[in-house]
Design a protein around this ligand. Structure first.
Ligand code: NAP
Ligand code: ZN
Ligand code: ZN
Length: 365
């Protein structure tokens, strides 16, 4: 048994790909700031695409992960899964991409390709999916390292085509915030005649408002920030409700078909269940550290539902990018330098982002 393990390990080391160095920003622990470092990336294998990272969006998941709020972070940790870059090399077997292409990488870099989820194009639910950060790299056997970096190597099936008309910096957040909000709106077939609520005007929320409006729904934004009312309307909301005002909330009781909850912190989800019509659904995409208490009666009355949704699979992510290309739809961003990331996290915690930070990776090169 022990010998078998040594043989396995030797075989693994012998098959370990050759690596090269890339610059990155990492955190060594949950309470430490992110700082410059050097990481290893594998040299592209036959099916790999090597990408020079141009822009990386800053998702609230990056902050949850950097601070180990979901309790699975391994350090040093490199967050970042809203990646846009330029192809710098391709393996001999790569057919979909060539050097110079502008491409995107989202939250996934690999999966098993054979399970029912993978065969359905729902790679995000594959039991063996490899996340861009926070998983174990199949090639190196070490934790995967995300997009706060100058370069990344990804198998071609997990590389996405970016429509040429989209601004590459403003398109970066589509790779997570975009698909995470597009997917449930499509899954629940949102369109004209639906009254849709969006809770929280952050990175995800502002994309949800844009997509719900583009799909023809009547969109109501719920925000805790009265200062975001005008932006909410500009971004496409037909109405904006300040959720801390009980009278404003009460005026919408029992009226929604669908509410997308994109809040990053503990809050009262029952208040939103009560706003649903019969058979309406609240879909959670926000992932606060603590569980959200659920009251029985608002669910029982009207057979209402609470569901959840996780990013989207590769085919739907490409569909979303192509939709954004056709509708010229991107995120509203604040472009920052890599060394501004720690203050960006603090502003994100204060709900003070308009409406997604994107790192200009030229600042790290
Ligand atoms: P974000 O940009 O920080 O936006 C979160 C928004 O939630 C804030 O702008 C704020 O909006 C509202 N909010 C914050 N604290 C609140 C509180 N205590 N009570 C009520 N509202 C509050 O975050 P994000 O990047 O959009 O991510 C949102 C959440 O989704 C995070 O938990 C993230 O990890 C998760 N996420 C999930 C998936 C998935 O696949 N399911 C994918 C990506 C991200 P207002 O100022 O308008 O109130
Ligand atoms: Zn994300
Ligand atoms: Zn699978």
């Amino acid at each position: 048994m022990r010998i078998a393990r040594i043989v396995d390990r030797t075989a693994f080391i012998m098959s370990k790909p050759v690596c090269y160095s890339a610059k990155a920003f990492a955190t060594p622990g949950a309470t430490a700031p992110l700082a410059a470092t050097t990481i290893e990336r594998r040299q592209p294998t036959a099916t790999d695409v090597q990408i020079e990272i141009l822009y990386c969006g800053v998702c609230h998941s990056d902050l949850h992960f950097a601070r180990n709020e979901w309790h699975f972070t391994q350090y040093p940790a490199v967050p970042g899964h809203e990646i846009v870059g330029r192809v710098t090399a391709v393996g001999g077997g790569v057919t979909k991409f060539k050097v110079g292409d502008t491409v995107g990488i989202g939250c996934l870099v690999d999966s098993c390709r054979t399970c029912p989820e993978c065969r359905s194009g729902l790679e995000q639910f594959c039991p063996q999916m490899t996340m861009t950060y926070g998983s174990v790299d199949k090639h190196l056997g070490t934790p995967t390292l995300g997009g706060y970096s100058t370069s990344i190597v990804v198998t071609e099936e997990f590389v996405l085509r970016l429509p040429a008309n989209l601004n590459p910096a403003a398109a970066a957040p589509l790779l997570c915030a975009g698909i995470t909000t597009y997917s449930p709106l499509r899954r629940w077939k949102i369109g004209p005649g639906h009254k849709v609520g969006v809770v929280g005007l952050g990175g995800l929320g502002h994309m949800a408002v844009k997509f719900a409006k583009a799909f023809g729904a009547h969109v109501v934004l719920f925000t805790t920030s009265p200062g975001k009312i005008a932006d909410g309307k500009r971004l496409g909301a037909d109405e904006v409700v300040v959720s801390t005002q009980p009278a404003q909330m009460g005026a919408h009781a029992g009226s929604f078909d669908f509410i997308l909850d994109a809040v990053s912190a503990p809050h009262d989800i029952n208040a939103y269940v009560s706003l649903l019509k019969r058979d309406g659904t609240v879909v959670l995409v926000g992932a606060p550290e603590q569980p959200l208490p659920v009251a029985a009666f608002p669910l029982l009355m009207g057979r209402r539902a609470i569901s959840g949704s996780l990013i989207g699979g590769l085919p739907e992510t490409q569909e979303m990018l192509d939709f954004c290309g056709r509708h010229n739809l991107t995120s509203d961003i604040e472009l920052i330098r890599m060394d501004q990331i720690n203050s960006a996290y603090e502003r994100m915690l204060k709900s003070d982002v308009k409406y997604r930070f994107v790192i200009d990776m030229a600042s790290l090169r």
